[in-house]
Design a protein around this ligand. Structure first.
Ligand code: ADP
Length: 853
């Protein structure tokens, strides 16, 4: 049977009260977002409704923890914490409600066992009865409201209990909602705070990123990472800035190692990149870091230097997966280092150069204190020029060297002043050599400041040689002046010398043309002409010899020479002149006839001896001449001694000079040209010997000269008995090619002593023809200058048919190249015009002796 609910006016009333209360309450708390404020209203309202002395709403925070959310009367922050926060276990009756989820009614607390915490509160409020209503939501107790009656035990009616239960159920939902809303609001605030926080962090992050970027830029750094598996670099803006470029220009932030190497690395350093990639990809050392420096190329083409720091990251297998690094542009530093190195190097070089210069310099250099008492440095040259070792000198002072000591130029007040004012002072000083001799030096002094101390730097040059040189120059100047003077006087002399015989020749030749001359006068005139001619020839020969000696044109003709015979013959030529002056001539030969043949130029030796005999006779009026030779080790020493006027010793050297004549009556009388002895000296030197004179005034002179002694076995030279051979041998056929009649007649006369038949040709063509006609020709005397065909061509033509016939070329003095040409064309000898008889005889003797054998 259906139980029918009966209308119950009190129940309705109760519900009414309940609804009204709730309505009011909900109106009051609806607008309140703050849970605690709302619960405070609940607490106050419920306490009022139930007419209790106190009410308290606890909310469950966790299983073990509750807290007082609201109370009537209100418990604010000034109450002890024990009133507001509690552990559930300290409040066994609250715990009971929480566990049982049922209301609890304690009408008389005097009969209930209470915990300390419960007692504290009970006693505080003097509470006698308590009624607990749990707030239940979703089967969980989320809190509870406790009503307390003070002073007396309060009895709650059933209705009150029912009402309380209903209200608690209603409030549970609301509390839960309010809690959730509160939670939401709280979460929302937290979210907002978090968002705000996040924004702040982000802003800070951006800020620090910008700061990092600035720092990187400032320190010229750029970072990157490198994926080892993909071979892919990821660069940053700063990294690109290092290379003066950007990601936009490079087409992004990614690049392979090959591309990176190609674009940015200096060619000679490119090998580093693959080497490093290999090294890091094979590495297993977790702590490995790499530092390298290499050259780069900026995108604008310049070359720079970077330092690279690399760190590795590994995957879970311990294989390197990523390299991260920072590049720093160290160009300014490296350039400074290089410049520094260069500066150091150039300093070292200049120091080395200075040392070398100091040590190797020919100039004597030293550094000394301004008082001259302590040397700091002395170079070898300075010590050497004084005969000391550097170490010895370092112990000395400047005053030990300078002969002027304290008065030396360097300490002259005026000069010191100049030195102190920084001027370079030069002067000449006299120093003492270790061996005691004094020598001159030029000195250049400058004051220097080294490490705040003053020093004198001095450069010295030894003037000894220069002084000598200056003296020699002065002597040479004197000599030049003298020789100029001599030349002028010689020219005056020579013109007189030439004019005298020329006048005689011209004058007497004219007289000879006169028809009324007696035979005796004719002979006399002829002999004067002949004498004058010879004298003229002598003068010209001398001048020519001098110029030949000067121009080195005298070539020697070495051959065998029988000394005794040569000198005997020469003396024979002078016997008449000597006996006319009442002078006797004697000979002194050291070597016997069969062992006196030497190798020399016979013609030049005769010339030397003749000259000396000429002079001896010229400067001797009475007494005798002695001529001969002796052997002196490997030399033959010839002498020509006279008892003549002698020569003052002061002239002994001078007389061998060009144009030198002793100032005496003989010389002044114009009896010579002053060339004879200088020619003799030149010839003796040419033959490899020396000449000198020993003489005393009024007593006489001995002229001595040497030539090398080169003996020849006499048996081999018997063929040089030319005269004998010539005169006793068969008849020779001689072809003379000569266009000038006088020259031909002279040659004919010279050949007279020989047994010979002579053919004459007046030009080259005729010479060749005559040679063909007379193939038994024994000798050809060939003039070089001839009409039709000259001597050179004629000689060549003859040589074509006959290689052996001796041909003697006759050349002019002035034409030295004629001689060479003649010899080249095939001539065996040459003889200069005017032809000298002796020379011709000499050549002929050589040729005929050979052909006679
Ligand atoms: P010179 O033609 O003047 O003789 P030298 O050169 O042959 O020229 O001689 C130079 C000078 O030497 C002569 O002028 C003469 O004063 C002196 N002299 C040469 N030989 C003798 C000598 N035997 N006795 C004295 N004085 C001589």
């Amino acid at each position: 049977m259906e139980k029918k609910t009966q209308y119950d006016p009190s129940a309705f009333e109760r519900r009414l009260v309940e609804k009204e209360f709730l309505l009011r309450l909900s109106q009051d708390i609806h607008v309140i977002n703050d849970l605690e404020k709302a619960l405070q209203i609940v607490s106050d309202s419920m306490s009022e409704l139930f007419e209790t002395d106190s009410a308290a709403i606890y909310l469950v925070e966790s299983k073990d923890q509750i807290y007082l959310a609201a109370s009537t009367p209100h418990v604010d922050d000034s109450y002890p914490d024990e009133f507001r926060f509690a552990k559930t276990e300290d409040h066994p009756h609250i715990k009971k409600v929480l566990d049982s989820r049922e209301l609890l009614y304690l009408p008389d607390l005097n009969k209930v066992k209470l915990s300390d915490a419960e007692l504290l509160i009970i006693q505080f409020g003097d509470i006698k009865s308590l009624l607990y209503f749990p707030f239940i939501f979703d089967n969980e107790v989320i809190g509870l409201i406790i009503f307390g009656a003070s002073a007396r035990v309060r009895k709650f009616s059933e209705y009150e209990v029912e009402l309380g239960r209903n209200l608690a159920d209603q409030l549970s939902l609301w509390i839960q909602n309010a809690k959730m809303r509160q939670e939401l609001i709280k979460n929302n605030d937290e979210l907002k705070r978090q968002i705000k926080e996040k924004k702040k962090v982000e802003a800070e992050l951006l800020e620090s990123k910008a700061q990092l970027s600035d720092a990187l830029r400032l320190s010229r750094m750029g970072h990157w990472s490198y994926n080892i598996q993909n071979d892919e670099f990821i660069f940053t803006d700063e990294f690109y800035e290092l290379f003066h470029t950007s990601a936009r220009e490079m087409g992004g932030f990614k690049m392979s190692s090959a591309e990176y190497m190609e674009r940015f690395i200096y060619p000679e350093d490119q090998h580093i990149i693959p080497e490093e990639v290999k090294l890091i990809s094979e590495n297993r050392d977790p702590n490995l870091t790499r530092y390298l420096e290499h050259r780069i190329i900026y995108t604008d083409g310049g070359v720079g230097y970077i330092a690279v720091n690399v760190r590795l990251e590994f995957d879970e297998n311990g294989t390197p997966s990523r390299a991260v690094g920072v590049n720093q542009d160290i160009t300014p530093r490296r350039k400074a280092e290089i410049a520094n190195k260069e500066v150091t190097k150039s300093l070292e070089e200049s120091e080395y150069l200075f040392r070398t210069f100091f040590n190797l310099s020919d100039e004597g250099i030293f550094l000394v204190t301004p008082d001259g008492k302590k040397f700091l440095q002395i170079n070898d040259a300075f010590a050497r020029m004084h005969g000391y070792q550097v170490e010895e000198m370092m112990e000395m002072t400047l005053f030990d060297l300078d002969v002027n000591g304290e008065n030396t130029i360097k300490f002259n007040p005026q000069i010191s002043e100049q030195i102190e004012s920084g001027k370079v002072v030069t002067a000449e000083v006299q120093h003492l050599h270790k061996d005691g001799h004094v020598f001159s030096l030029s000195v250049m002094i400058q004051q220097l400041e080294i490490k705040n101390e003053e020093y004198l730097l001095c450069f010295h040059q030894d003037l000894t040689e220069r002084k000598l040189y200056e003296q020699n120059l002065l002597n040479a100047l004197e000599k030049a002046k003298e020789s100029d003077r001599l030349k002028s006087s010689f020219l005056a002399n020579i013109s007189h010398e030439i004019r005298t015989p020329l006048n005689a020749i011209l004058g007497f030749s004219k007289l000879l043309c006169g028809s009324e001359l007696l035979e005796k006068e004719k002979n006399e005139y002829q002999s004067i002409i002949e004498f004058s001619g010879k004298r003229l020839l002598g003068i010209i020969s001398d001048i020519i010899d001098v110029s030949k000696l000067d121009s080195n044109q005298i070539s020697l003709n070495y051959d065998s020479c029988h000394l005794n015979e040569l000198i005997s013959k020469l003396i024979a030529q002078y016997r008449d002149v000597a006996s006319n002056k009442g002078i006797d001539i004697q000979m002194r030969f050291e070597l016997p006839e069969d062992a006196c043949t030497i190798r020399t130029d016979k013609y030049r030796l005769s010339q030397i001896i003749s000259n000396l005999i000429d002079n001896a006779l010229k400067y001797t009026n009475e007494g005798s001449l002695e001529i001969g030779y002796r052997l002196q080790e490997d030399e033959v020493e010839f002498f020509v001694r006279d008892t003549g006027i002698g020569i003052d010793p002061k002239y002994h050297e001078m007389i061998f000079g060009r144009f030198m004549q002793v100032d005496n009556d003989f010389s002044r009388a114009g009896s010579g040209n002053g060339l004879g002895l200088s020619i003799v000296l030149g010839l003796v030197n040419l033959l490899g010997g020396r000449i000198w004179v020993e003489s005393e005034l009024s007593i006489g002179s001995v002229f001595r000269f040497t030539i090398p002694f080169q003996p020849i076995d006499d048996l081999k030279v018997s063929d040089y008995q030319s005269d004998h051979l010539m005169k006793n041998s068969k008849e020779f056929n001689i072809l003379i090619a000569e266009d000038e009649d006088t020259n031909f007649l002279l040659l004919e006369a010279f050949l007279e002593p020989y047994r010979c038949k002579i053919y004459r040709a007046k030009n080259g063509e005729e010479a060749v023809r005559l040679f063909h006609e007379h193939r038994n020709t024994d000798l050809v005397l060939m003039d070089i200058k001839m009409p039709m065909l000259n001597g050179i061509e004629a000689t060549k033509a003859i040589r074509k048919v006959d290689k052996s016939v001796p041909i003697i070329a006759q050349t002019a003095y002035s034409q030295s190249d004629d001689r060479d040409k003649a010899l080249q064309a095939g001539c065996n000898h040459y003889i200069s015009k005017p032809i000298e008889e002796d020379k011709l005889h000499f050549i002929l003797s050589t040729i005929f002796s050979k052909s006679a054998n």
